[in-house]
Design a protein around this ligand. Structure first.
Ligand code: GDP
Ligand code: MG
Length: 163
């Protein structure tokens, strides 16, 4: 069986855009409105000859308790359980939010290998924005733009190093 890579993070940070970029197909729905990915979406990916399963999740959001967010959170937590490697996506332009910190705690507790994807850094001149994310306590911090596809190779190098 192939290793499982799950993309998690709060809504609207670009998880589905990154998923589509890695899967090489437009499977996930990308929306400006947060929380559009209602269920887990699976695909296959490969990098440097290493194949894996990829899971996109709806996004972890805390502090709300309606049924939809509970369901989305459950799906994301299930994905974390199943995953061999987790790609934790954040928005590099917004900086660290309270929800990012809560997701971080959940991921540290899971003891799974995590690669932190600092997304939406569309230009190299914005790469300095990535440094504050080291505060979240993950070793691998990768600046990238899922929109342009830059940095995704470096991200996948870090991911497959854990297989
Ligand atoms: P999700 O909710 O985490 O799955 O986020 P989506 O993939 O649906 O993206 C949310 C919004 O962020 C959409 O408008 C995307 O086009 C935008 N977005 C995603 N990745 C990037 C990126 O690398 N750069 C920029 N500028 N926008 C991005
Ligand atoms: Mg999504």
């Amino acid at each position: 069986t192939l290793p499982i890579v799950a993309i998690v993070g709060r809504p609207n940070v670009g998880k589905s855009t990154l998923f589509n970029r890695i899967a090489g197909e437009r499977i996930a729905i990308v929306e400006d409105k947060p929380g559009i990915t209602r269920d887990r979406i699976f695909s296959r990916g490969d990098w440097s000859g290493r194949e894996f399963h990829l899971i996109d999740t709806g996004g972890l959001e805390f502090g709300q308790a309606d049924e939809v967010t509970d369901h989305i959170r459950q799906q994301a937590e299930l994905a974390i359980e199943e995953a061999d490697v987790i790609v934790f996506a954040v928005d590099g332009r917004e900086g660290i939010t309270a929800t990012d910190e809560e997701v971080s705690r959940l991921l540290h507790r899971s003891k799974k290998p995590v690669v932190l994807a600092v997304n939406k850094l569309d230009h190299v001149k914005h790469y300095d924005e990535m440094y504050e994310f080291y505060q979240l306590g993950f070793e691998a911090v990768i600046p990238l733009s899922s929109l342009h596809g830059t940095g995704t190779g470096d991200l996948l190098d870090q991911v497959i190093a854990h297989f």
